[in-house]
Design a binder for this molecule. Structure first.
Ligand code: PLP
Length: 316
């Protein structure tokens, strides 16, 4: 377990490398031990340490680079995509790094801090619908209305996104923790789990995959897919068809927030609701299947971007 931090004091290790730019800072996120729950030792891979505070930096950077390489992204174009917030921030931030402004179609899941972040990146913000699937349909209309104006990143269908997790997130886990038994993550577009579980299926099929889905009804957790009203992406279809997920936990917004406040932040994990949701799915999996071994949670979000959701009483 060479890169796994047993406590929170070894971050200085990363400081030995000097980064030439912010793109280099994406990925290689730390894995930190949370503790034991029953017979399972739980670790969190802290994607919130990426430049904009979420795992979507991996996808946005990979897609933008891919579009530049294949010539689809040309000078003067605007980047366009739908997102509940995290991907929008990553797109606007990395778009700016490469000299492109962004138009983001966001929905009700957008946090106030993400909204401010997007304004800081001078993104054009369009509020539309309840879920990213609604925004996706609006993007398609916008492309028809103004041909050639936008470069549509299409995170819900672009295979460069799961590829980024196949190429980086999954190998990072296996390199740091060769003795991992379980990996848990949420499904938003499904790209993270599609990339990770495809890699695991090929290289280490004994590792079991746990997913968190949102419960129907009630408030929605960003980065967490709800069966029924949400879209189905090709990544989720592929996960279902190839049966790459071993356990799905269904999680409410309230459960997710409570875990962050009571079980994660109290132990120094500055994470957001997506992570609380995955934590709940993990507890359900351990209780249902009596698991034993080492488990890594992909913690997709940082608390700073979600403070208004985590502590609404302070933002009224
Ligand atoms: C913070 C966060 N974590 C995880 C996810 C899920 O990632 P994916 O879309 O790759 O399934 C999302 C997606 O919106 C997210 O915003």
């Amino acid at each position: 377990m060479k890169e796994v931090f047993k406590n929170l004091n070894k971050g200085e290790k990363d400081m030995k490398k000097v980064f030439k730019n912010h793109q280099e800072r994406v990925g290689n996120t730390p894995i930190v031990r949370w503790g034991m729950y029953r017979d399972v030792e739980i670790f969190l891979k802290l994607e919130g340490t990426n430049p904009t505070g979420s795992l979507k930096d991996r996808s946005a950077l990979a897609i933008i680079k891919n579009k530049l390489e294949n010539g689809e992204l040309k000078k003067g174009m605007r980047l366009l995509d739908a997102s509940s917030g995290s991907f929008a921030c990553s797109m606007a931030y990395f778009g700016n790094r490469f000299g492109f402004k962004s138009v983001v179609v966001v929905n009700k899941k957008l946090t106030r801090i993400n909204d401010m972040f997007l304004q800081g990146q001078e993104a054009e913000i369009i509020h539309y619908g309840d879920v990213t699937g609604d925004g996706y349909r609006r993007c398609l209309e916008m492309i028809q209305e103004s041909p050639g104006k936008y470069c549509f990143l299409d995170q819900l269908n672009n295979w460069a996104s799961p590829q980024a997790h196949y190429d980086s997130t999954a190998p990072e886990i296996i390199e740091a923790m060769p003795d991992v038994d379980f990996i848990a993550a949420s499904m938003g577009s499904g790209a993270t789990l599609c990339g990770i579980s495809t890699f695991i299926n090929e290289k280490k099929p004994e590792v079991k995959i746990i997913a968190s889905n949102g419960k129907m009804g009630g408030k929605k957790i960003a980065g967490t897919f709800v069966e029924g009203p949400d879209y189905i992406t090709p990544f989720i279809k592929s996960l279902q068809e190839k049966k790459l997920i071993d356990f799905i936990g269904y999680v409410s917004y309230e459960q997710a927030i409570n875990h962050v406040r009571q079980d994660l932040m109290t132990k120094g994990f500055n994470v957001g609701p997506q992570t609380g949701g995955v934590f709940e799915a993990v507890i359900q999996a351990i209780d249902t299947l009596n698991l034993r071994g080492n488990l890594v949670i992909i913690s997709g979000d940082h608390s700073w971007k979600n403070m208004d959701k985590l502590f609404p009483e302070m933002f009224s």
